[in-house]
Design a binder for this molecule. Structure first.
Ligand SMILES: Cc1ncc(COP(=O)(O)O)c(C=O)c1O
Length: 392
């Protein structure tokens, strides 16, 4: 009798077909194209009459293995792997929209996603209205006859705002609008947006999915029907993930559950430490009771994730001193690494949007984002504590 395999088992046991070499671990298929056995097979492959690899811009065994795993984790039918999280975000929008269409987007989004929505898509006649997290009652009224998509991140980068996906998907379905969710901060281990009714999910696989700060990548998943559109767009515009990075990312997924448990454990303990610290003005973490959407986070997510933000007393100057006082903590523009990372969002990832727009989503000048790593929690707390002391 067979039983439905669990998340961790799928992450480890989903593998491409073994080759004639009988390898145990999946090899890397660094091959641009694939041989046709005969003219008829070539014709049938190009005509989509039979499945199979043709050219790595379209598909590749390593990319397929990575996609298969994420689909099982997200409860998705199909997916397409991209060269970065941003190519996933862009392709997941551009594949469906055309000139004259409109998007409703959460105001609380990653900086480059905001740039796509405000600077790039308008070039092709696609407009966007931003909706505030603290005014859910008006979101539905922002949907116009030409609205085709709602774009959100939950939890958002770096504001850690949480959006009720069950509520939002009902609104989207009522108006026949696609709900596109960037699930980068939660990972499929903590949250599966499709189960709450979302239509499309994207990831920056660069973050917790790789988990070790090595490889850039992204992925888009959804129903077969929707991914058909994404595949058409990506096949001809070329944002495919490299097979080498797909191999790294697929291997990384084997330990995603283990790593996320530790990231979340460490992040909660760090958030509790910061909340009790006299030099800290405010802390935000989805699984802290003080988070404005704590109950929703508990409903939607298995745990609070690896990211904690805080505002140090003394504003921007003190924040800069904190960054400079940090010793073991990495001061770099990434997150989701085994090493704890500190970032000043206002001057880096969100520097291209105006101060007014930043403040609307709580990115205050003194806000520090910590991507809690996998080091021993005692050492992380010691390092954060000493940087707070030194920066006084
Ligand atoms: C929420 C979110 N989406 C997308 C991206 C972009 O990912 P990438 O750097 O892989 O292009 C990031 C990067 O930080 C992110 O935080």
């Amino acid at each position: 009798m067979s039983q439905k395999r669990k998340f961790e088992t799928n992450a480890i046991r989903t593998q491409m077909k073994r080759s004639q070499n009988r390898e145990h671990s999946s090899p890397i298929y660094m091959s641009t194209s694939f041989i046709f056995e005969d003219a008829e097979q070539a014709r049938a492959l190009f005509a989509d009459e039979i499945p199979g690899n043709i050219y790595t811009r379209f598909s590749n065994p390593n990319n397929s293995e990575f996609i298969d795993k994420i689909c099982l984790m997200e409860g998705a039918e199909d997916g397409f792997a991209t060269a970065s999280g941003m190519s996933a975000v862009f392709s997941s929008i551009a594949a469906f929209l055309r000139s004259g269409d409109h998007i409703v987007a959460s105001r609380s989004l990653f900086g480059s996603t905001i740039q796509i929505l405000t600077q790039l898509l308008p070039r092709w006649g696609i407009t966007c209205t931003f909706a505030d997290i603290d005014q859910p009652e008006i979101w539905e009224s922002l949907i116009k006859p030409n609205t085709k998509m709602v774009v959100v991140e939950t939890p958002s980068n770096p504001a850690l705002d949480i959006i009720d996906l069950e509520w939002l998907s009902k609104i989207c379905n009522k108006h026949n609008v696609l709900l596109n969710v960037d699930n980068c901060f939660a990972t499929p281990y903590l949250q599966q947006p499709l189960k709450w009714g979302a239509h499309i999910v994207t990831h920056s696989a660069t973050k917790f999915i790789d988990g070790q700060g090595r490889a850039i990548g992204g992925i888009i998943v959804g129903s077969k029907e929707l991914i058909k559109e994404v595949r058409f767009f990506c096949r001809h515009t070329g944002p495919a993930l490299s097979p080498f990075n797909a191999w790294i990312l697929s291997k990384s997924l084997e330990t995603l559950a283990l790593r996320m448990d530790r990231h979340c454990d460490n992040a909660l303990k760090l958030a509790q430490f910061l909340e009790a610290h006299p030099e800290v003005e405010k802390v935000k973490y989805p699984f802290l009771q003080s988070h404005p959407q704590y109950e929703l986070a508990k409903k939607q997510m298995k745990a609070g994730g690896g990211i904690v933000t805080f505002i140090v007393k003394g504003g921007l100057e003190r924040g800069r001193k904190f960054l400079n006082a940090a010793e073991m903590l990495s001061h770099t523009a990434n997150l989701g690494d085994s090493r704890t990372i500190i970032t000043h969002s206002a001057s880096t990832t969100h520097s291209k949007i105006s101060e007014e727009e930043r403040e609307k989503v709580g990115i205050l000048p003194g806000l520090i984002r910590i991507s809690t790593g996998l080091e021993h929690i005692d050492d992380i707390i010691y390092e954060v504590g000493q940087a707070l002391e030194k920066s006084k």
